[in-house]
Design a protein around this ligand. Structure first.
Ligand SMILES: [Zn+2]
Length: 83
């Protein structure tokens, strides 16, 4: 799942630090941290997929240009069956 490029990218993203395969620092990641990264990647994937679904719902709601808040609530409930 994680090749060396993805690991470096994940460490940059989730660790908030700069790492490179070509720097002079250690090249190894312990199993615990590797698992952390995999869980973080799984979380990001899940969050982005959910965000995409939510924004699709929002776009549908706004395209109706309705001022009624109740309509948005009903549409969200209808979309839940798709999960
Ligand atoms: Zn570690």
């Amino acid at each position: 799942m994680l090749d060396s490029n993805n690991i470096a990218e994940a460490i940059r993203t989730f660790g908030g630090i700069e790492v490179s395969e070509n720097d002079d620092y250690p090249k190894y990641l312990c199993t615990t941290c590797h698992n952390f990264l995999q869980n973080a990647l799984a979380f990001r994937k899940s969050a982005q997929e959910t965000d995409t679904l939510l924004r699709q719902t929002t776009i549908l709601d706004s395209s109706e240009e309705s001022d009624e808040v109740d309509d948005a609530d009903h549409n969200l409930e209808d979309e839940e069956s798709d999960y």
